[in-house]
Design a protein around this ligand. Structure first.
Ligand code: IMP
Ligand code: MG
Length: 177
């Protein structure tokens, strides 16, 4: 089997949309500072591109979580692999994610983070697959709603590969000849 990547959203489309979402966030947070929480590893490319385009003051922190469950289905119980460095108390927090799929990981994560008393907490995701939702999660900012297909690029991986692609693509498998 060999893999081929079909472009779903081009680099230009991704850049333009991130610019629009950054402008929206900058308007909504005018006069405030935003504390961006990047969920590693998938959220890292999106976080950088978004942060560069915000016109309000920005601080950044990173966390890494892993979901208990098998490879295809997250259980919704999240293990914090790398916790945040800074407290969230009195901060206006935006969680920056690559994709919201079943919603299990994020609904659990948001519950944990709310207990740390941020002033506000919102969710910004590059991609949303609403057809797959099992747990209700309120998405405040979303760049693209996509159909139920497995995608890679812009931080998203398949077996740790393709995170570096500058566009969003669908993995297609072909029988070797
Ligand atoms: P869930 O919302 O708890 O089901 O899990 C979301 C996580 O699953 C994301 O943060 C990704 O790491 C991973 N994921 C879901 N869909 C895809 C996809 O299409 N490509 C790559 N990773 C995905
Ligand atoms: Mg993720």
């Amino acid at each position: 089997m060999s893999e081929k990547i079909r472009v779903l959203i081009s680099e230009e489309e991704v850049c333009e949309k991130i610019r629009q979402v950054a402008a929206e966030i900058s308007r909504d947070y005018e006069g405030k500072e935003v504390h961006l929480l990047c969920v590693l590893k998938g959220g890292v490319f999106f976080t950088c591109e978004l942060a560069k385009r915000l016109t309000v003051p920005v601080s950044l922190d990173f966390m890494s979580v892993s979901s208990y469950g098998d490879e295809t289905k997250s259980s919704g119980v999240v293990r914090i692999v790398k916790d945040l460095d800074q407290p969230l108390a009195d901060k206006d927090v935006i969680i920056v994610e690559d994709i919201v799929d079943s919603g299990r990981t994020l609904s659990y994560l948001i519950d944990i983070l709310k207990k740390r008393n941020p002033r506000s907490i919102r969710l910004c995701t590059l991609l949303d697959k609403p057809d797959r939702r099992v747990k209700m999660v309120h998405v405040d900012y979303c760049c693209f709603r996509i159909p139920d297909e497995f995608v890679v690029g812009y931080g998203l991986d398949y077996a740790q590969k393709y995170r570096n692609l500058p566009y969003i693509g669908v993995v297609e498998f072909e029988e070797d000849l």
